[in-house]
Ligand binder design. Structure first.
Ligand SMILES: [Zn+2]
Length: 433
């Protein structure tokens, strides 16, 4: 959960570097990427040779010379040698280099150990040319902004478009430089120590001050008060435009100038979609927080939701429809709508700023029960309406879930056994099939 300890905020501005500055930054990115990949390989290499349970060393493989395990501090120390052997690395600011080592450490430990919630990330990837686009100065001078220029260590004063002023009382703490589809950007980390630390909100949820939110597919979100937000399908809107460009690109020879230009146009289109979506998410969060002091949301596991359906043999050597085609469509609008970024980042961020609360609720069973009488009503993924044969409730499926999420969150409904009952139900369904 987001906790505001120090008043920190990020402001992003577009940079207008000179040709020299731009080519230097591009060179930095390239060098950083190479070293990132090298250090990552060192980690993988050690891991492959040494990992085994302590009491069960596999005798089938050769025993490698025991080596020191690469870790953050060791890899950071190796930078000294790097700068001796490859002098051109001296051009990069020391803190920027160290931050790259930290990125390796973070990517690798999230893969091995998981983050603070225990969620493990996938295997870190070696980064190709277009996948390493950011470097970071953890600290910069407080007076680095002079007029329309920002002074960054080693790079000097770079012109930038100050489309909004830096808020009064804030000091620039750090800076991040990013290469995007349409040019260079700087993200300034701003800090204000004079703003009193915002205490964590402890508003107790009541039926009156709270709202339940279900992340839907038909709707982006559906709320317990019956309101819904429909996904603006940015991606689909421009999909046609995008596929035309992609066809055009394939017609151009690889490595040609025309192809590179088309690549840039495609990248800018993706960037536009992402920006529109983010903007819309902030608006939705604002509308939601206007309605309630406590928002109950489901604890999302997006990975599960976009998993492929199991193949269903038809007993004739072929495969019966397993709903994958329909789901692919759903997956698409799901990824499209970016629900997890909304629920896990934007909404908690907006709530913390407004002194409101977001509480995560276990969603098990919330789509398969009636919000009014808690009776079990089985639904397929394609059933968009909830009709309860028991109490006669009839409402959109997602709104029904929203109400249930609120009730579970408030502790006035318990669906604890939902999961095992669901399994029984499925078992029964299979027997009769
Ligand atoms: Zn009912």
């Amino acid at each position: 959960m987001v906790q505001v300890n120090v008043m920190l905020t990020n402001y992003q501005y577009k940079l207008l570097p000179t040709a020299d500055q731009a080519s230097r930054m591009t060179r930095w990115l390239d060098m950083l990427r190479h070293q990132y990949n090298w250090l990552l390989a060192e980690r993988f290499d050690w891991w492959e040779h040494h990992r085994c349970p302590i009491n069960a060393c596999p005798l089938t493989c050769s025993i490698a010379e025991p080596r020191e395990r690469p870790e953050y501090y060791g890899q950071k120390r190796s930078l000294v040698q790097l700068k001796q052997e490859r002098e051109w690395y001296k051009d990069i600011h020391a803190h920027v280099l160290q931050d790259m080592v930290k990125r390796v450490d973070l990517a690798f430990s999230r893969f091995i150990k998981g983050d603070y919630n225990g969620n493990r990330s996938g295997k870190p990837r070696f980064k190709g040319k277009n996948r390493y686009r950011t470097f970071k100065f953890p600290t910069v001078k407080a007076d680095c902004i002079q007029g329309n220029r920002v002074t960054l260590p080693k790079l000097g004063a770079i012109k930038f478009i100050q489309h909004r002023p830096i808020p009064g009382g804030f000091k620039v703490k750090g800076a991040m430089v990013t290469l995007k589809a349409d040019g260079w950007y700087v993200t300034l980390v701003l800090e204000d120590k004079t703003v009193p630390v915002q205490p964590e909100t402890t508003t107790e949820p009541t039926p009156e001050n709270s709202i339940g939110v279900d992340a839907g597919l038909e709707y982006f979100i559906a709320c317990s008060d019956g309101s819904t937000e429909t996904p603006t399908k940015f991606y689909r809107q421009v999909q046609e435009q995008l596929s035309k460009l992609q066809v055009k690109r394939e017609e151009r020879p690889k490595g040609s100038k025309a192809r590179r230009k088309l690549n840039q146009r495609i990248a800018r289109l993706h960037q536009k979609i992402a920006r529109q979506r983010r903007q819309w998410h902030f608006e939705v969060a604002g509308r939601l927080l206007d309605k309630a002091d406590v928002v109950f949301v489901e604890k999302l596991r997006v990975k599960n939701m976009s998993r492929k359906n199991k193949p269903k043999p038809d007993g004739d050597g072929g495969f019966a429809p397993n709903g994958q085609a329909a789901k692919s469509g759903l997956n698409k609008s799901f990824a499209d709508a970016g629900i997890s970024g909304f629920l896990n980042e934007i909404l908690p961020y907006k709530a913390a700023k407004a002194g409101k609360r977001v509480i995560q609720v276990n969603p098990a069973g919330t789509s398969q029960h009636c919000a009014i009488c808690l009776n079990r009503v089985l639904k397929e993924l394609s059933d968009r309406w909830h009709d309860c044969p028991n109490c006669g409730a009839s409402l959109p499926r997602d709104v029904n879930s929203g109400i249930l999420i609120k009730k579970v969150g408030l502790g006035i409904a318990s669906l604890k056994n939902a999961k095992s009952r669901q399994r029984d139900g499925e078992a029964r369904a299979l027997c009769t099939a």
